[in-house]
Design a protein around this ligand. Structure first.
Ligand code: SF4
Ligand code: SF4
Length: 98
């Protein structure tokens, strides 16, 4: 049975979104401060965060699919995910094949 990706520091460290071609330079600059401070206690009640989009809603600044790394991520395997492009579509977009 699938379970929701937990909003933990461990899972955030696994996230590959910041190295993904779809994560634009402008978006990285805009979110630099937020993305370097990830206290788990503050994340639990948030619906928005600018990475680990499989656990949060879609991005506010990624707009184009230039490829997705989700199927190479440990969270993808551990949580039995099947979609890609969570940054563009809350809950995941196109199917992500291994
Ligand atoms: S969800 Fe996929 S496409 Fe979006 S930034 Fe993360 S790895 Fe890239
Ligand atoms: S599956 Fe994708 S969105 Fe989720 S943590 Fe991994 S790289 Fe980030």
């Amino acid at each position: 049975m699938k379970s929701f990706v937990q909003k933990t520091s461990k899972n955030i460290e696994r996230c590959l979104c910041l190295t993904c071609p779809s994560y634009s330079h402008e978006c990285k600059l805009k979110n630099a401060e937020q993305n370097t401070s990830c206290a788990t206690s503050k994340l639990q009640n948030r619906t928005h965060y600018e990475k680990m989009f499989c656990a949060f809603e879609k991005s506010n600044c990624i707009h184009t699919d230039k490829g997705c790394l989700c199927n190479k991520c440990l969270n993808f395997k551990e949580y039995d995910l099947s979609n890609c492009t969570y940054c563009l579509h809350t809950g995941g977009g196109r199917l992500c094949r291994l």
